[in-house]
Design a protein around this ligand. Structure first.
Ligand code: SAM
Length: 355
C-alpha cells in the first residue's frame, strides 16, 4: 500500500528531459502520467525503509530512457544527497542504442561537422539524400569493427534523425536498411545545453550503468539473463528497487513474433512469459515494479502470472496512441495500460468494458 503521508507528486512538464533519439514506442507523451506514479512509490520505498537504503531504479527496456532520465532529473539531487546510495540502471538489447548512451556521456562535440553539412544543404533534398546514403554505408561498414564505437554512435544518431520515422531495422546480414526520411534540418544536439544535461546525469549512472548494460546486452535471449539475480539480487537489496519494464508490446492477434523493429531476432510471446516469471520472483522478493503494455495483455494476465501473484497486481490505463508502422494503413490504435505490483493513487484504474 502507498504511504498515505506522502503527497501525490505534482508534475511540472518542464521537468521532462528532451529525448536524444526518435524511437518506436517512446513513452515521451506518457511521462506526465507514468513518472508521478513512480516518484510516489519511490518516496514510499524511502519512507518505509529501515535505515538509509537509497533507491535503485532499473529500466531493462530503456529505448530513449525518457522515463528514467526524467526521474533522474527530478530526483537526482535529493537521492544523491542520501549518502550516494541510490543508483539508476538502464539496459536495452539494441547494442547501438547502448553505444550511443555511452558516447553522449563523454563531453566532446558530437557529430558536429555532419550536422552542419546536412543543414547547410538547405532546400537541396538531393544533396541530403546523398549524405544520408553516405552515412548509411559508413555505418554498415563499421557494424562489427572494434575501436569505432564513437563514430558508429554518431552515425547511428544521424541515421535515426534523418531516416524514415526514426525506425530502426536491419536486414538478415545485420545492415541498417531504413530509407531516407526527407527531413529538412537535423536538431543540433550540441547546443542548448542538451548534451550537457545528458552528461550531468553521468554521476547518477556511474559505473553501475556500464555493469548493468554489460550484463543485459550479453549475447543470447531473455532466458540467459532475465533472472532476478542478474537484475536485482546480486546488485542491490530487492525491497529498495524499482523496476520499470517497457517491453515490445503484445500483438492483438497473439502472433508468435511480436515486434521485430528493435532487434533482428524480435520479441516473442515466449520472451513475455520469461519476463513475467522474472517479475513474479521480484514481487515475491519485495521489489516494486511497473510494466507498460497494450491492453491485449489484460485477458491473459492470469496465464502470465501465478494466481497468488496475479491477485496482488493492479492494472491502470495510461492512454491511447497510434502504433508505429512503416505501413500507414496498418497503424492501429493501441490502448495502453500499466501493470503494477503496488497501488497507485495517481493512475486511473482500468475499467474493462466487455463487448
Ligand atoms: C517499447 S520500447 C521501450 C521504449 C522506452 N520505454 C522509451 O520510452 O523510449 C522496447 C525496447 O525494448 C528493447 N528490447 C527488445 N527486445 C529486448 C530484449 N530481449 N531484451 C532487452 N531489451 C529488448 C528494444 O530495443 C526497445 O528499445
Amino acid at each position: 500500500m502507498p504511504n498515505t503521508t506522502t503527497p501525490v507528486v505534482l508534475f511540472d512538464n518542464n521537468q521532462v528531459v528532451l529525448s536524444h533519439i526518435k524511437w518506436a514506442g517512446s513513452k515521451l507523451k506518457l511521462v506526465p502520467t507514468i513518472c508521478p506514479a513512480i516518484i510516489d512509490e519511490i518516496y514510499a520505498i524511502l519512507n518505509n525503509a529501515e535505515g538509509d537504503t537509497g533507491v535503485h531504479y532499473f529500466e531493462p527496456f530503456a529505448g530513449t530512457a525518457i522515463i528514467g532520465l526524467t526521474l533522474a532529473n527530478i530526483l537526482g539531487e535529493s537521492l544523491l544527497s542520501r549518502n550516494n546510495l541510490s543508483s539508476f540502471h538502464f539496459y536495452d538489447k539494441n547494442p547501438y542504442l547502448v553505444e550511443l548512451m555511452h558516447a553522449v556521456q563523454i563531453p566532446q562535440p558530437f557529430a558536429e561537422d555532419d550536422i552542419r553539412e546536412y543543414n547547410c544543404a538547405s532546400g537541396d533534398l538531393r544533396a541530403k539524400l546523398e549524405l544520408f546514403h553516405k552515412w548509411r554505408n559508413e555505418f554498415n561498414s563499421l557494424v562489427n569493427v572494434e575501436g569505432e564505437s564513437r563514430r558508429r554512435a554518431e552515425l547511428f544518431w544521424l541515421l535515426n534523425q534523418a531516416c524514415y520515422n526514426g525506425l530502426f531495422r536491419v536486414n538478415k546480414s545485420g545492415f541498417f536498411n531504413v530509407p531516407f526520411g526527407s527531413r529538412v534540418n537535423l536538431p543540433d544536439i550540441n547546443s542548448g545545453g542538451f548534451l550537457g544535461r545528458l552528461q550531468r546525469l553521468r554521476k547518477i549512472f556511474n559505473s553501475d550503468l556500464r555493469l548493468a548494460f554489460k550484463a543485459m546486452t550479453a549475447p543470447g535471449r531473455m532466458d540467459d539473463y532475465c533472472s532476478p539475480s542478474a537484475w536485482v539480487k546480486d546488485v542491490v537489496e530487492p525491497t529498495s528497487s524499482f523496476i520499470y519494464c517497457d517491453p515490445p508490446y503484445m500483438a492483438k492477434d497473439g502472433e508468435e513474433k511480436v515486434f521485430t523493429a528493435y532487434t533482428p531476432d524480435g520479441w516473442t510471446q515466449h520472451d513475455l512469459y520469461v519476463l513475467c516469471a522474472a517479475l513474479e520472483f521480484m514481487h515475491k522478493d519485495g521489489a516494486h515494479w511497473m510494466m507498460s503494455n497494450s491492453d491485449a495483455i489484460v485477458p491473459i494476465l492470469d496465464s502470465l502470472f501465478l494466481g497468488d501473484v496475479a491477485k496482488d497486481l493492479f492494472v491502470y490505463q495510461t492512454g491511447v496512441r497510434r502504433s508505429i508502422s512503416a505501413d500507414v494503413k496498418s497503424r492501429g490504435k493501441v490502448n495502453e495500460v500499466v501493470i503494477t505490483n503496488f497501488e497507485s493513487r495517481s493512475l486511473e484504474p482500468l475499467r474493462i468494458v466487455w463487448q
